[in-house]
Design a protein around this ligand. Structure first.
Ligand code: PEP
Ligand code: MN
Length: 349
């Protein structure tokens, strides 16, 4: 439920609304907007007496949010959410933001080397898994904390921000110490203890759509993060299971405009996992930006044939450079910015 205040409402009147909501046993979240302030009532169990709030002075209207996901919905917040990172990258605004890197961190030379190359080509966020949720227990599972340390080194060397996955609630705090964005992978989209911990981390979260999740389930998973007080959430379409085996997954580009209409959260696309095939990544990246994605996540490896995971869908660096040139044209045609300015790294060893 949302209590929308009059433009003329005073701080005292807003304070009274907050107190009344708390008196009723719910959490209140004041949200100052460009036009007016709204106060969100969190945890409505259907027993809220809206007339009591409607009667308070300074209140314009009380809105029942019709969607099951409340704080994630556009009804709750009309303006787009902007996720701002330490290096100045903003996701959800006019920039099309690119996160790129190998599927997994393998060693220092690989991750620092590729980070320098990618940064030079316009990526501002480095991806790389240190904890890998692999389909087979015998596949490479990632370097663990050592991988996080190497990501931090690559960040120092390039000024890029780092996105990396947390796979379980206990390990999340460690990931949060190193990552600028905590990734929740497709296999964990509905791991509620993990979502709650990520919500409490205070760090931006990249939430990937589960491989058989509906858009509504994705938005409800994001609601877990916002319900814990973390509004810095980026959604990611990474393909869903389909009956057709020509590609690894079916990249559902309709999810982009659908989510944009339903939610204020930014949404990016991952055509690497979305297709599973190197040759299909660039065409689908172009399509995703054309569809309105706020950014892309692209797997790039210095030597894909020797990659320890997802080599078949990883671009060679020169292919990534070509992709970036094409994306730039599409972004500009849509009136969006591309290759946001990144300050020079503090220290380049
Ligand atoms: C990944 O980003 O490397 C990954 C495992 O992605 P997903 O969770 O989408 O499969
Ligand atoms: Mn991967």
């Amino acid at each position: 439920m949302l209590v929308v205040m009059k433009q003329s409402a005073s701080e005292e009147e807003i304070g009274r609304v907050v107190e009344t909501i708390q008196d009723m046993g719910y959490d209140a979240r004041p949200m100052p907007g460009k036009q007016r302030t709204a106060v969100g009532l969190i945890g409505n169990d259907g027993r809220v007496d809206s007339a009591r709030l409607q009667g308070l002075s300074g209140v314009l209207e009380v809105i029942e949010v019709s969607q099951p996901y409340k704080q994630v919905s556009r009804e709750w917040r009309e303006e787009d959410t902007l996720v701002t990172l330490h290096n100045g990258t903003v996701i959800g605004g006019s920039d099309v933001v690119v996160m790129a890197g190998p599927c997994a961190v393998e060693n220092e030379e690989q991750i620092v080397g590729i980070a320098r190359v990618l940064r030079g080509m316009g990526a501002t966020i480095l991806r790389g898994g240190a904890f890998k949720p692999r389909t087979s227990p015998y596949s490479f599972q990632g370097l663990g904390e050592e991988g996080l340390i190497l990501l931090a080194r690559a960040r120092e060397a390039t000024g890029m921000a780092v996105v990396t996955e947390a796979v379980d609630p206990d390990g999340l705090d460690l990931v949060a110490e190193y990552a600028d964005i905590i990734q929740i992978g497709a296999r964990n989209m509905q791991n509620y203890p993990l979502l709650r911990r990520a919500g409490q981390s205070g760090k931006p979260v990249l939430l990937k759509r589960g491989m058989s999740a509906t858009i509504k389930e994705l938005l409800l998973a994001a609601e877990y993060l916002l319900a814990e007080g973390n509004g810095q959430v980026i959604l990611c379409e990474r393909g869903v299971r389909s009956f057709d085996s020509h590609t690894r997954n079916l990249l559902d580009l309709t999810a982009i405009p659908v989510v944009k209409a339903l939610s204020h959260l930014p949404i990016i696309a991952d055509p690497s996992h979305g297709t599973g095939i190197r040759a299909k990544v660039t065409p689908m990246a172009r399509a995703a930006v054309a569809a309105g994605a706020d950014g892309l996540m692209i797997e790039v490896h210095p030597d894909p044939d020797r990659a320890l995971s997802d080599g078949a869908q990883s671009l060679f660096p020169d292919q990534f450079e070509g992709l970036m040139e094409q994306i730039r044209v599409i972004a500009q045609a849509l009136g969006r910015e591309f290759v946001p300015t990144l300050p020079e790294p503090a220290q380049v060893p």
